[in-house]
Design a protein around this ligand. Structure first.
Ligand code: ADP
Ligand code: MG
Length: 235
């Protein structure tokens, strides 16, 4: 099996046409190791979300190649992309995106639905410290509890890759650290490859790899030899 779950070469993406054209990704090259936590660092507007959405098969790209487990995303049909997203990916967003009229547990069940390899949900809910709240609705949960639920939903179908776009962007300091600890635990327990887009440089030290994105290109790809515990991060 390929050590690199993701192989990106000369990937280019722009929005708009002619005078209003904006080049967002200007030739991104990188390989991401299977099973790593990879932080995608960059200031606002540098193209982090665009890159994550392309990895997630939500947005297309014009040039270059993107291989995920040997699958060239640019060659997939609509149906192929749908299946790719369903089978291989979990998504976590800044603002949780829970279904408001479903309980915590039901939200997680939605994630596992259609999966052939779903995790045992009671066990997952217990492991992630959500059991006491499982019958509550999102508006009865704190921001941190909602994000933990969203992460549990994303991981419930046991995806190979978990894509997190500013997962702690809406949370206070100590809740953010709890959520990062949960992400780290998932990486260790389930071996998922996790990509975190953020402008918080502290998250880099709990990551195996750090990609610094600047103005649509990767300035640096750092490999960390020592990995910090999420609970020890300071910012
Ligand atoms: P980041 O997540 O790092 O803040 P984004 O990927 O959201 O950056 O955006 C990168 C650039 O692409 C920004 O200049 C943004 O305005 C532009 N952009 C993003 N999405 C669109 C879109 N749908 N149409 C036009 N421009 C877009
Ligand atoms: Mg963004």
């Amino acid at each position: 099996m390929d050590d690199y779950i993701i192989r990106v070469s000369n990937l280019k993406k722009s929005y708009g046409q002619a005078d209003s054209r904006v080049d967002v990704l200007k030739g991104v090259d990188c390989n991401i190791k299977r099973g790593s936590i990879c932080t995608l660092l960059g200031p606002s507007g540098s193209g982090k979300s665009t890159f994550l959405n392309i990895l997630g098969g939500i947005e297309s790209f014009e040039e270059g190649s993107l291989l995920v487990d040997g699958l060239e995303l640019n060659n997939l049909s609509k149906k192929g992309l749908l299946q790719y997203r369903r089978d291989k990916l979990g998504f976590v967003f800044q603002f949780y995106n829970l279904v408001s009229n479903l309980t915590l547990k039901e939200n997680i069940e939605v994630g596992a639905y259609l999966s052939k390899q779903a995790l045992e949900l009671d066990d997952l809910i217990d492991k992630l410290g959500l059991k006491d709240h499982q019958n509550k609705f999102p508006n009865q949960l704190s921001g941190g509890q909602q994000q933990r639920t969203a992460i549990a939903r994303a991981i419930s179908k046991r995806p190979d890759i978990l894509l997190c776009d500013e997962p702690t962007g809406a949370l206070d300091y100590s809740t953010a650290k709890d959520v990062l600890a949960m992400i780290q635990k998932i990486n260790q327990e389930y071996g998922s490859t996790i990509i975190i887009a953020t402008h918080n440089t502290a998250i880099a030290s709990m990551s195996h790899e750090v990609l610094s994105l600047h103005d649509g290109t990767i300035l640096e790809h750092r490999i960390n030899n020592t990995i910090a515990d999420a609970s020890s991060l300071v910012w």
